[in-house]
Design a protein around this ligand. Sequence first.
Ligand code: ADP
Length: 271
Amino acid sequence: VPARIFEVNAAPTPGGGAVAVLHDVTEIERAEKTRRDFVANVSHELRTPLTSISGYVETLLEDTMELPTHAREFMAIILRNASRMNRLTEDLLALASVESGDYKVKPRPVTAAALMQDAIDSLTGMVLDSDVTLEAGHTTNAVVLADEDALTQVFGNLIENAMKYGKGGKSVVVGAREVEGFVEFSVQDFGPGIGSEHLSRIFERFYRVDKARSRDSGGTGLGLAIAKHIVLAHGGGIRVESELGSGATFLFTLPVVNSSPVVQPAHDAGK
Ligand code: ADP
């Protein structure tokens, strides 16, 4: 007999006792797994034909032979859309992986300051292409357990959003501070902000405040959902504070540990 999965809800009773209600969620979990596997398989299968489409169009565009102007324009559109589909399949694969029960981060001790700086350094290219400046705000040398590759993705998604949607402001500030056994990292922008009616749904997959705007700026609607799962897998939490007209601050926490940090962040080793 396959193992069954139960969800437990406990509540106190007036007489000072407690009642626990068990819900059998085996079928729901099974359906969820089928959905995740299906999405991951489809995304994986789409990779190869997409690479082929982009490859052939790029070759045609690079070719020295004369092409009518409208043919070049159409090919550029094909290429843009193929790369958009490519981003979508990569994000769907990433989401399927972090959503699955088997997802395990590989954390090691690192100072919050090093983790933050490492993530900022890895985004230099993106920042140079933008007219928004990225500033490092307050930080701390408290040691957290972090899977640096996964956390670079979290910072990357939050900072990319702050630059994309926070355009009205001219800077994005990244910071870290210690609060009650956690380090709280923040990514703050001074753009148009997010209306309060959207705040509770913003971390859901495919939820977008302005679909057309997200699409135009290359968004997939999956970045925040991926970030949330990675932070939860570290034993932390993620939230957003925002008011329309006064920017948005995304905050996430990682538990502090009592151990020595590794000397260097992973991708700096051997520089
Ligand atoms: P997307 O690929 O659309 O950027 P995300 O999951 O990263 O998907 O973000 C979901 C939605 O949240 C975005 O479409 C956007 O409407 C909103 N959003 C995210 N970050 C910000 C921000 N810094 N300022 C304003 N809106 C934001």
